[in-house]
Design a protein around this ligand. Structure first.
Ligand SMILES: C[S@@+](CC[C@H](N)C(=O)[O-])C[C@H]1O[C@@H](n2cnc3c(N)ncnc32)[C@H](O)[C@@H]1O
Length: 232
């Protein structure tokens, strides 16, 4: 606990307001079917029903609900209580009963139950400014058991810094032209109001926290997936 009042308020929404149920429903209907991702996660994370998994920024719970049956227990956390309400209803409808939903985030959640074998997070870390991303990554490292794996996917930039203008413009053009269910204004708001950063910055943060970077996959200059291991 620090002496002064400088700690980041991670519950305050930046960009899209995920405390608004209409926004939450819209987000869920905009996201395509996640079953391919779930299948991939089971394979790359080597889930065999004996692992405890923590998902940070679970959102509408699609990944959690898909993955839970391959896990011993699944903890799903989010800073939006509206998201948690929506996700737990999804779990109930799918008769999934090994997910614990907790209100908390990257900077405040403290896991006090059994050791965590895997941490996953999709499209959530960009809600934090870079200083706080580093703290979040260090906290994920500290909460994983030795040998545990972090799987992190987000909007991450991998174009050269000096090409930022044409790279962002052509990304938004591609997304809107190719029938993305998100609108141009939403992509613009992502870049302007949220905190997606460069891959070389994130890789530095991951290594600096102690993680072994097992793989870093970049796609289309604007997405990245990292798999990292806590070795000791
Ligand atoms: C774009 S949604 C992604 C949801 C889900 N992971 C997915 O892939 O569909 C971002 C989620 O991150 C949550 N979030 C924002 N800041 C967070 C924080 N500091 N800690 C945990 N979750 C956060 C939001 O409430 C929202 O549910």
């Amino acid at each position: 606990m620090s002496k002064f009042d400088w700690f980041y308020d991670e519950v305050r929404q930046v960009g899209t307001d995920f405390t608004n149920m209409e926004q939450v429903k819209k987000y869920d209907s905009n996201m395509s079917d996640r079953s391919g991702e779930v299948k991939k996660l089971i394979s790359v994370l080597k889930l065999d029903g004996s692992q405890t998994v923590l998902e940070i920024g679970t959102g509408t719970g699609s990944i959690a609900v898909g993955l839970a049956s391959a896990c011993k227990h699944f903890y799903a956390i989010d800073v939006s209580k509206t998201m948690l309400e929506y996700a737990s209803e999804k779990a109930r409808l799918h008769e999934v009963d090994n997910i614990t939903f907790n209100h908390g985030g990257f900077l405040t959640y403290q896991h006090i139950k059994e050791p965590i074998h895997r941490i996953i997070s999709h499209f959530a870390l960009h809600h934090l400014p870079d200083f706080w991303k580093s703290i979040a990554i260090q906290r994920m490292y500290d909460q994983l058991e030795v040998g545990g794996v972090l799987y992190l996917q987000d909007v991450v930039y991998s174009f050269p810094v000096r090409n930022y203008e044409e790279s962002i413009d052509s990304w938004i053009e591609d997304m809107t032209r190719n029938g993305s269910s998100f609108q141009e204004a939403e992509w613009c708001a992502h870049v302007r109001d949220e905190y997606s950063t460069f891959g070389w910055i994130l890789e530095g943060m991951l290594r600096n926290s102690g993680f072994l970077l097992m793989s870093a996959e970049y796609s289309g200059n604007t997405y990245a997936t990292y798999m990292c291991k806590k070795e000791n």
